[in-house]
Structure formats: C-alpha cells, structure tokens
Ligand binder design. Structure first.
Ligand code: 1OR
Ligand code: 1OR
Length: 377
C-alpha cells in the first residue's frame, strides 16, 4: 500500500489500525465534540484491553474490520454516547426539499420486473405504502457499472442512493476495506438520510447493474418514513443488551427490518410445536412463556420490555420449544422475520447461543430432565 518511495516516515500498522477504528466509531456515532469523544473512546479502549498489549501486528497488509470479524470492532460508547446516528439533529418533518412532482423514468416490462426483484429485500422500503412504492419504482433509473468504477467517494455530497441488481461492490473508509456487497443490498442512503458527507467510498469490483434514485426523490418519498421508523425503534434497540454486539450502522438496518405487532391480553403469539417464521422484541408489556407438560401448560418464564423471544427455533432450526402469550394488557412487539434475522443478527449469534445454554440448565431445574429443546435431531 505504501513505501515505494523509500525515505518516507513509516506509519506503524498499529497506529493506522487504532486511528481507523477511532475514525469509524466517530463517523458512525457522530458525537458533537471530537476531543471529548476521543478521551472517552481511548479511555474505554484502555480499560478494556487485555493486560498484555499487543504491540506487533504481523499481517500488515490490508486491515479488515468487517462486522463478521466482530472482535476487531471498536468499542461502542453505549453508556456515554451523547448522540447516535439515529438521533441526528436534522428534523425531516421540517424538511422543505419538496419542489414539485417526482421524476418518472419509463421502463420496459423486463426492466420493471428486474427492478421489483432487486428491491424485494430492501429493508428501507418496508415502511412504504403501495402508492409510495410505485413512486419509488417510477423514480429509479438504471446505471451500468464497469469494474473499478467509483460509485461513491467518501467525503462527497450525497447525490444518489443505490439498490444493487448485480455486481460486487467494495466499501472503504480511509482506504481500508470495511464491507462488501455481493449482488444484493443497497448503499448511499446515509448521506441522504442524515444530510452528511458520504461516510465511505464504494467501488465496483466487477461489472454490474445498479438502480439509482436521486437525492430529491429519496428525501421526498423515503426520508420521513425511514427516519421515523429508525427513530421509533432507536430506544428499543438500544435497550436490548444482546444488540450491543452490533455496530450502530447494523442496528439502523435492523430498525428498517422490524415490523410492529400488537397483541391483546391472553392472546397467543407463538404456539409450541409450530414452524418458526421470525422472532420478537418486546417494546411494551409482558409475555408469559409456557411449555406443555402432561396435558397442561406450565409457565416457565415471564419476559418484559427490552427482552426477546422466538429466537430459539431460528437458531436451532426446530419447531417452537414453547408457547408465548400476551399478559397484563396490550403487548407491543417488534417482529423480525427469519430472512432478516439471518442477514442481520449474525454478530449476536454467540450471545443468543449462550442464553440458549441457559434455557437448558433452567429446563433441568424446572422439569428435572433435559427436554431436548436444542438437539438438532
Ligand atoms: P453513504 O451515503 O455515506 C457510503 O455513502 C455508503 O457506504 C454509506 O452511505 C452506506 O450505504 C455504505 N459504515 C458506513 N457506511 C457504510 C458501511 C459502514 N457499510 C456500508 N456503507 N459500516 C460501519 C463501519 C464502522 C460497515 C458495517 C458492516
Ligand atoms: P422458540 O422459537 O422456541 C418459544 O419459541 C420461545 O420461548 C423460545 O424460542 C424462547 O425464545 C422462549 N426454554 C425454551 N424457550 C424459552 C425459554 C425456555 N424461555 C423463554 N423461551 N426456558 C426458560 C428459562 C427461564 C427453559 C425451559 C424450562
């Protein structure tokens, strides 16, 4: 990457790594003061590091901080954070970017069909009604991409937002590779949502096809609903301990994926033995978890705000291990379907598995025997 010209000052890999991590954390958290944030950040880093500092970093090539390699993650300043990306000061309700009709790009049947297919899994579009969805489809236009094309450059003003139909795209922050999209996903939403410069550079690795939407249209149709939804789930998602394993950026994507559901007192939410289609986070109220035992149901647990359930069957690929009922009034839940679960909760898998081990020891305590809730066969 560097040192072709020999007499340059060598920048130690460790320094690069630390500064990169810090920069990313800073960009994502958007705190109001750099110095205060840096003091907190590095104090926390120091407190959390293992007693022997690792001074050497032998693999000195490219640094990857992909979310999947979660131990390279910067400490997230949960407790002390002043402002999250969610809590951006910008007020979309006061937005007056609206200057008339939305652009319409005519499409052939084939194009329209491909576009519909590409946007199927776009979580950001989940909060749109049918009419808004049609406006979005009309307003998107095709962009062909060649290998090595820069689609977005870090620091630029945001122009378009992109949905991927095909192609591989690499994301870099300060020349460090942090993410890769392969034939699916979207990017370029951050600068448009939060009115800030591009947080990263996106470069095509292969040829490909993108569907673009201009800033104006994005803001007119998507901004309010997407922003509202992210805001609505911010508190919930920050209150679920397990989700601290996610980066802010990943938590925001999770907010896009959630669907609110309400249940009346006594209503069954999950039935033991059923196939599983998703999991739930509790926004408000309490639920009772009950297991069949000798023709009766025995309550094994009660869960409240900030807790989750329904993950077990998704992790083990088995039927529901218990039934779950709404108790004590209206229960408000945020539902995450199994596809989004698999896509978004990878970094939480270890924590979930640890909690599942806990179920097993409780099971022995309550029923005196191991009821086989996790064996895969
Ligand atoms: P943008 O408008 O800022 C660059 O332009 C885009 O890269 C950005 O929107 C996102 O769509 C996309 N952090 C920030 N932006 C990311 C990230 C990311 N991944 C993709 N983009 N990550 C967090 C790094 C700490 C990667 C998370 C896995
Ligand atoms: P699921 O997808 O199997 C039922 O659907 C949910 O109830 C399950 O995921 C868990 O999220 C939740 N054992 C099994 N499932 C439990 C338990 C549990 N508690 C909550 N759930 N135990 C209770 C431990 C306090 C152990 C059994 C006695």
């Amino acid at each position: 990457m560097s040192s072709e010209s020999s007499r340059r000052i060598q920048v130690p890999e460790k320094l690069k790594e630390v500064l990169l991590q810090f920069s990313i954390a800073f960009l994502v958290e958007q705190p109001p003061d750099v110095i205060d944030y840096a003091v907190e950040y590095f104090s926390k880093l120091q407190a959390e590091r293992p007693s022997v500092a690792t001074t050497e970093q032998s693999t000195d090539d490219q640094l990857s901080v992909n979310s999947q390699e979660a131990d390279a993650e910067p400490p997230v300043m949960q407790g002390t954070r002043r402002k999250s990306v969610f809590a951006e000061a910008y007020d979309p309700e006061a937005d007056d970017d609206d200057d008339g009709a939305t652009a319409v790009f005519p499409k052939t049947d084939d194009q329209r069909a491909r576009l519909v297919e590409s946007v199927k899994n776009v979580l950001l579009f989940r909060s749109l009604d049918k009419e808004q969805m049609n406006q979005v489809l009309d307003a998107m236009f095709e962009r062909k991409v060649q290998p090595l094309d820069y689609i977005i450059r870090q620091g630029d003003d945001g122009d378009n937002f992109y949905v991927i139909e095909s192609g591989i795209y690499k994301v870099y922050i300060d020349d460090n590779h942090i993410n890769t999209y392969t034939h699916t996903g979207l990017f370029g939403e951050l600068a448009l949502l939060y009115n800030m410069p591009r947080a990263a550079t996106v470069q095509a690795e292969t040829s490909g096809l993108l569907w673009a939407m201009d800033r104006q249209t994005f803001r007119r149709i998507l901004l309010k609903s997407a922003f509202r939804k992210r805001k609505m789930y911010e508190e919930l998602l920050n209150s679920v301990p397990m989700l601290k394993a996610l980066q802010n950026y990943e938590r925001m994507n999770l907010a896009d994926a959630l669907v609110s559901k309400s249940y009346e007192n006594g209503e069954r939410i999950i039935k033991q033995g059923d196939a599983a289609d998703g999991m739930y986070f509790i926004e408000e109220g309490t639920v009772s978890v009950r297991m069949d035992q000798d023709d009766a149901e025995v309550e094994i647990s009660q869960l409240g705000k900030g807790q989750y359930f329904g993950e077990l069957a998704l992790v083990t690929h088995r039927p529901r291990a218990a039934s779950v009922y709404a108790t004590g009034g209206i229960v408000k839940l945020a539902f995450l379907d199994v596809k989004a679960f698999e896509r978004l909760l990878g970094p939480c898998m270890d924590i979930m598995k640890r909690n599942i081990d806990d179920y097993e020891s409780q099971l022995v305590k309550i029923f005196g025997s191991k009821n086989n809730i996790t064996d895969t066969r």
